[in-house]
Design a protein around this ligand. Sequence first.
Ligand code: AMP
Length: 176
Amino acid sequence: MPEGSVTELVLSRIRDIPDFPKPGVLFKDFTPLLADGEAFAAVIHDVAGRYAGQVDVVVGIEARGFIIGAAVAHHLGIGFVPVRKSGKLPGPSLREEYTLEYGSAVLEMHESALQPGQRVLVADDVLATGGTVAATCRLVERAGATVTGIDVVLELTFLGGREKVGDRPLYAIAPL
Ligand code: AMP
């Protein structure tokens, strides 16, 4: 890893919290990264630079994907669309169920949020098992739009989430 790289910066600003939200999970807390204005700006600049002129809209996943995604959309001067947990969006929505370690969950997106043919960047903080990002990509594609890129700050490679994402382009600033 080159000294002074964004990857190195990210790794220096992520805090490991053992056994959160439940025993056995090592939670990757990126609030120290957000609290450091220079580091936050460097990450947003890095993500935005990969997609300038190549995407029409950013889709961010609740909740930490909103922080990255909205900042990147603002930086690029394009729109932002939230993908939310079940029951939070007020208008008619598309729904996608996905499996968790125990049980399942549902993500939703307003059905009129994307236009067919739009090129979409999907943003989130962590790719773990990949279920959340894969369900989000299905929502985007059901709306007739294209996933041009998926960008995450951290990828927990040992969980194999990349497989669920299939052949959609995925970039992680810090693969662990
Ligand atoms: P997954 O669907 O397993 O890829 O989980 C991804 C979602 O859960 C992301 O929105 C992350 O914010 C969150 N997540 C999963 N595992 C972790 C972890 N170890 N640390 C922080 N966030 C996590």
